[in-house]
Design a protein around this ligand. Structure first.
Ligand SMILES: NC(=O)C1=CN([C@@H]2O[C@H](COP(=O)(O)OP(=O)(O)OC[C@H]3O[C@@H](n4cnc5c(N)ncnc54)[C@H](O)[C@@H]3O)[C@@H](O)[C@H]2O)[C@@H](O)CC1
Ligand SMILES: [K+]
Length: 246
């Protein structure tokens, strides 16, 4: 992928990375720098919430929000976002692609916080009609760069439902069902109006529709230097920037 495909507001090129390169970045950040997933997930959740609130303030200021969440890092970022929304009295509910008891790791920690806040949490064992009646504004955090093969099970059902039901979809990192490296969809995929992608754009986003926003995870320059990935802080004095493609 041509490194100049993505352009920040200053007109400067922003390097795109494959899923494998992003995994390498995550590994160096965690293992060599000590910036752990919990911390980065908080940045992801806040950046996503800020993007969602911008969309909602743009003529949709009273609309409730459904946050679709999977069990991985992508779902955890969506759950952290939901906390910020609930803290601002935005009517928000969580729609999981599995039972709450099957959510694990750091993502389960995010879920426990929402349970303690009494945020509504639905899962496939809920009443079917309720489960699939999504709100007009949907946050898609089912699957990120960890997609393997065509979406299956409840995740696939939710992707199909959201594409038909929601007026506006904001996806985290990549639209769920889209291969982050190639942009191809091996099965159903979310059609996002806006994708809030994390740290650096993923190469596959070059061929995906909708607007694009880059959210800072606070990954230091040294990480990119160690991996010989060209990086010049694209955020300026802020923490998120719109990206365009060329
Ligand atoms: N620096 C980072 O690494 C951070 C990453 N975050 C997010 O975490 C994501 C990566 O996390 P993970 O590696 O846990 O992976 P993902 O969360 O992208 O995907 C794993 C989840 O997707 C499900 N899944 C994968 N393929 C599926 C299929 N075909 N059908 C149904 N379900 C499927 C898996 O069961 C699992 O629940 C990134 O895309 C990013 O959005 C952020 O939340 C936090 C910071
Ligand atoms: K997603």
């Amino acid at each position: 992928m041509d490194a100049s495909t993505f352009v920040g507001p200053s007109g400067r090129s922003v390097t795109a990375v494959t899923a494998d390169e992003m995994r390498d970045i995550d590994r160096v950040v965690v293992e060599e720098i000590g910036l752990d997933l919990r911390r980065m997930m908080e940045h992801a959740g806040r950046g996503l919430a800020e993007a969602v609130l911008r969309v909602r303030s743009n003529g949709r200021s009273d609309v409730p929000i459904s946050v679709l969440a999977g069990n991985g890092g992508n779902g955890g970022g969506g759950l952290a976002c939901a906390r910020h929304l609930a803290n601002r009295d935005v009517p928000v509910r969580i729609v999981l692609d599995r039972a709450p008891s099957e959510v694990s790791g750091v993502t389960a920690e995010q879920l426990r916080i929402l349970e303690a806040m009494d945020v509504t949490i639905e899962s496939p064992d809920c009443d079917t009609d309720t489960y699939t009646a999504l709100d007009d504004l949907v946050v898609d955090s089912l699957i990120g760069y960890g997609l393997t093969g065509a979406p299956r099970g409840a995740a696939a059902e939710l992707i199909e439902t959201v594409d038909g039901a929601a007026e506006t979809i904001v996806s985290l990192d990549v639209p769920s069902g889209t291969n982050a490296t190639t942009g191809e969809a091996p099965g159903v995929a979310v059609e996002a109006d806006l994708t809030a992608t994390l740290a650096l754009p993923k190469t596959g986003l070059a061929t995906v529709g909708g607007d694009l926003r880059l959210v800072d995870l606070s990954i230091p320059q040294v990480v990119y230097d160690r991996l010989e990935i060209e990086y010049c802080n694209p955020f300026g004095g802020g923490f998120a920037v719109p990206l365009s493609t060329r």
